[in-house]
Structures are given as structure tokens and as C-alpha cells.
Design a protein. Sequence first.
Length: 308
Amino acid sequence: MRFFITGASGWIGSAVVAELLDNGHEVLGLARSDASAAKLLAMGAQVHMGSLDDPDGLASAARSTDGVVHLAFMHDIAFSGDFLGAANADRRAVATFGEALDGSDKPLVIASGTAGYALGRPLTEHDGHGVSDTTDEVMSGPSLRGATAEFTLSLASRGVRSVVVRLPPTNHGQGDNGFIATLVAIARAKGVAGYIGDGANRWPAVHRLDSARLFRLAVESAPPASTLHAVADEGVPLRDVAEVMGRHLNVPVASIDPVDAVEHFTWLGHFVGLDAPASSAFTRELMHWEPTQPGLIADLDQGHYFSM
């Protein structure tokens, strides 16, 4: 089959492209730049030049393929202070795909997140995505992303095999430049591997190759209106993460007072203290998916995060 992938040259997207190609599928990847296009061509994918701001191009690509995996998000805009703008662009893209695939029974698989929904207990696939898509409430960026996930699931009633794959805060692996790599850089710069309070708060995690395999299974066969969790480690205490970092960087490990979190961890200070475990028991049973790659602590102990 031939699938259209947005975010195809990114950290998770490139792993999804490789997973699909390795399993006999063809891939049409969205590329915003010549460099991204060259990366996709080198992997063996076809290229659709464009962006999330090109609805006609997105619709044409969706209609010309057997389904869509939507992974792109305007992180450059989001992390420069306009998360709502990025979330609105994401919503428009999903609406475009919904219209293009209406009545086709083709799959539309989108990426969402696990963090922020069921704090203090493991989030399950049966937990909702936050704010209802039908609310009149003025939304923030994060709540709009949740509403977009609900909207995606609603497309099943219009003949779209819609699926939401929720990702944990860290999709780790060699080459990662996300949350964990940022925590390593902060520990190196500050000379201390920190955690908030007693460090017992938990983050779920998954290796990006395991999450890529779940995306492949989802676009191949997940039932319509499914929410899946790409979660391997249900919840890793942040103190354990800091201890591995301290050992590899040869710096002390210390508790950071919550009031100093933003000063110490900069923008990550709003997230490091979250206790946001997530379960994938339903996903494993439904999709016959079992993670096979190293867990977060084992991956950190391989050392590649500390050689960059």
C-alpha cells in the first residue's frame, strides 16, 4: 500500500517511513525543504513538496494514497511562544484530511500526547482527550490539540478509519534531541543533574523504533475511532533519570525546589515535575504490539546521549 506521511523527515517520522518501507509499503512524504526532500529520497520514499499551510496540496496527496499518517507539528512556532498558532495549523490540516478521505474507509492516523490528562495515575486508552471538540470554550494550545484528537475520532462516523496514537513525553533513541537530550544539556551546563522535589514523579517513555512499529500497525489495521498508546515504560521516576545522567556526566544529583524549576530547567521547568504515567495494556492486546527496544534507563546507560 502507499501512504502519505507528514513530518516524514523528522525524528519519529523518519523511523515511521523506514518501518513502512521495510514492510513492503510505498511512502509519499511531505517535505518543506530541499534538504528534507533529499533525505526522503535517500530512504527510498517519494516526495510531496509542501507544508501544513497548503490545504489543496495536502488534500491531493491524501486522495492519491491509501491513507495518511499525520506526524507534522509546527514545533518551531510552538516553542517560540505561539503554541496556539501551531495547534490551529494542526487542526486545519486534520480537517483537510478528514474532508479528503470522507467516505473512503481509508485510515487517518494522527499523533497526540499522553502528558497532562490523568496526572498521578496511569492514563489509559479509554481516557478521553480533554476538552470536547464541541465546546464553546476558548481553548489554549494544549486543549485544542486534545479537541483535535476528539475530532479525529469523530471522523469514523464519516467513513474514515481514524486513529489517534498518543506518544509519551520522550521518544528516546540515538540521535534524539528532545526532552531527554535537553535535560542532559541542562545537567552538563549547570553542573548538576536535577529533579523536582523527591523525584518520584513518573514519565512514560518509548524507543522511537517501537513507536514507529505501532504507527505502522495502526495505519495497516487499527479499528476506526481507536486511541492507542505508544508506551513502553509506564512511568520512569525522574530521580532515576537524573541519577543515570549524574553518573555519566560525573556531576552531583540533587533535588531542585519546585519554585526554582523554571530558573533551573528553563522552559522544561513546566514539565519536569509532572507525574504522568500511562498504560499501554489495551494497545498491546488489541494490536499485538510489544516493545522490543531498550527502555529509557537502559538506553541512557548505553551512553550515546552523553557523547553529543
